[in-house]
Design a protein around this ligand. Structure first.
Ligand SMILES: *Cc1c(COP(=O)(O)O)cnc(C)c1O
Length: 237
């Protein structure tokens, strides 16, 4: 199968899984945004994915995000796609991202939130963000701890040039039961923070190639899929 055909066929299978998960949990497929994570591929593959119907892409490194956005100028069909930032952001890289993306999923400290706010103020824009929470408490993962998220949320919510829209999280790998627990913990934390802050926090960005079906069943509104979208060798779960 050529790459184009793979991309179309795989997309159909992914959409079917999304609607199955939505049907099981009484949700509408339109309430789940699929973001294609393009960090392992080049702009040509992004263009093929766009042709197959993907409209939102994400990168985890600021320089690569910038590079792909610039490269996409050569593809008229890419002028209308959305780019998100999903990886750790250092304060000195904020300028590469603010004004370039539709959503920053990975705000993981009050310090970086303030840096993004300052940059947005300078550009005269308001940046939609999520707080990344290390909800399973894994050593290797970035993000606020649950307690830190509770103490930082009011401060972040009050920053004038940020719009805090929800939470982002990742689940432990290779353990479906632990993944389900992590996603439901993230949803409950979202509900708590929404009550505490009065912010709406509608968005829950969780679910990757191995666990997005579980994430949708637990309330995810944004799934971030890399391998299953772009890698023909990735075996569907
Ligand atoms: C790479 C990445 C993904 C996509 O992971 P897959 O398992 O390839 O679907 C999602 N979120 C973040 C933050 C990533 O870095």
């Amino acid at each position: 199968m050529d790459y184009r055909s793979f991309m179309h066929a795989r997309r159909a299978e992914i959409l079917e899984r999304i609607s199955g998960a939505c049907a099981r949990s009484g949700r509408a497929p339109a309430d789940v945004t699929l973001v294609a994570v393009s960090k392992t591929v080049g702009i040509d593959e992004v263009a093929v994915a766009c042709e197959a119907g993907y409209t939102a892409f994400a990168e985890n490194r600021p320089q690569e995000l910038r590079r792909k956005r610039e490269a996409s100028a050569a593809f008229p069909e890419l002028s209308r796609i959305r780019w998100d930032m999903i990886g750790h952001l250092q304060t000195n890289k904020v300028g590469l991202v603010v004004g370039q993306v539709s959503l920053i999923h990975s705000i993981d400290s009050l310090r970086v939130a303030k840096a993004v706010d300052a940059r947005a103020a300078a550009l005269g824009c308001r940046v939609p963000i999520l707080m990344e929470v290390n909800v399973a408490g894994e050593e290797s993962k970035t993000g606020f701890s649950t307690d830190e998220a509770r103490s930082a949320s009011a401060g972040i919510c009050s920053l004038e040039h940020l719009s805090l829209e929800g939470l982002m999280g990742m689940a432990p790998a290779h353990d479906p039961a632990a993944a389900r627990r992590a996603f439901s913990d993230l949803r409950e934390l979202r509900d708590t923070l929404a009550r505490d802050t009065g912010c709406r926090l509608d968005e829950l960005s969780c679910g990757m190639s191995d666990d997005y079906v579980i994430a949708i069943e637990e309330g995810s509104t944004i799934i971030r899929l890399g391998r299953t979208v772009f890698d023909p060798a990735y075996a569907l779960q």
